[in-house]
Design a protein around this ligand. Structure first.
Ligand code: KIV
Length: 279
């Protein structure tokens, strides 16, 4: 799916809600794509759920490139968008384009970045370099230090007004869609009604043009408690523990492997010299 197709998916004009899920590796990308999701986000939540960091500030462009390559290697039908990691786009236009180009060369079809009007220069630079941009407003995890934690944003009327202004501004710059994270449902509704580009919500209520969740949260693979907005569709963590414990039992009891799970000598196999020397 390309950015033009995503851009036109507004529910207000009859579009079916967009389905986005994070993906970080071959198996995740393969199964999410097979499930028919529209967009695979190689999100910087990679830092938390795959690499064990407590925030997304520890992720490097090298980490992102490696995981985008893994996701793109399954040639998904879904659109692949990748997060620009902090602080690649805080250091100026050139650095942002270099990082965006590295993600595109790794297999991303667009990049996502956090923030509104203050990102004007870098959004323009990326678009000038022909790299499509997805915006991200509301709870922006890369701002955890300045936000004072992971808190729901735009809870006051004034903050909601500023967020709508930022959203409009990003749209006017040319972003093709906008993630809205951790905002009151009424703000999700308002921003969605204000914009011509689709909004994709996570903890932003039911009215956005699409929804995104973290792969590990959906499947019961997250280690800590999950946020209120998460709906779990499977308990794969439990299933994995149970399967691996059975494997451990079988090894310890000697019931794995059986001879049927082993190789045998083949009398027809030509013998090879052990050293490979001819003399
Ligand atoms: O990195 C991520 O998982 C994200 C989503 C929460 C939107 O940016």
């Amino acid at each position: 799916m390309n950015t033009q197709a995503i851009r036109s998916r507004k529910r207000s004009t009859g579009g079916v809600p967009l389905v986005m899920v994070t993906a970080y590796d071959v198996a995740g990308a393969y199964f999410a794509d097979r499930a028919g999701v529209d967009i695979l986000l190689v999100g910087d939540s990679l830092a938390n759920v795959m690499l064990g960091h407590r925030d997304t500030l520890h992720l490097t462009i090298g980490d992102m490139v490696r995981h985008v390559e893994a996701v793109a290697s399954v040639s998904p039908r879904a659109h692949v968008v990748a997060d620009l990691p902090w602080p690649t786009y805080h250091e100026g236009r050139n650095e942002a384009v270099r990082a965006g180009a590295a993600l595109v060369r790794a297999g991303a079809q667009s990049v996502k970045l956090e923030g509104g009007a203050k990102r004007t220069d870098v959004v323009r630079a990326l678009l000038d370099a022909e790299i499509p941009v997805m915006g991200h407003l509301g709870l922006t995890p890369q701002s955890v230090l300045t936000m004072g934690g992971y808190r729901v944003q735009a809870k006051s009327e004034e903050a909601a007004r500023l967020l709508v202004e930022d959203a409009r501004h990003l749209e006017s710059l040319g972003v093709y869609s906008l993630v809205l994270e951790g905002v009151p449902a009424s703000v999700g509704t308002l921003v969605t009604a204000t914009l011509d580009i689709p909004t994709i919500g996570i903890g932003a209520g039911p009215d956005t043009d699409g929804q995104v969740l973290v792969f590990h949260d959906i499947l019961g693979l997250s280690l800590g408690p999950t946020a209120k907005f998460v709906r779990r569709y499977a308990e794969l963590g439990e299933a994995m523990t149970e399967a691996l414990a059975r494997y451990a039992d079988d090894v310890r009891s000697g019931s794995f492997p059986t001879l049927a799970e082993s190789y045998e000598i083949d009398p027809d196999e030509p013998s090879a010299t052990s050293s490979g020397r001819t003399g």
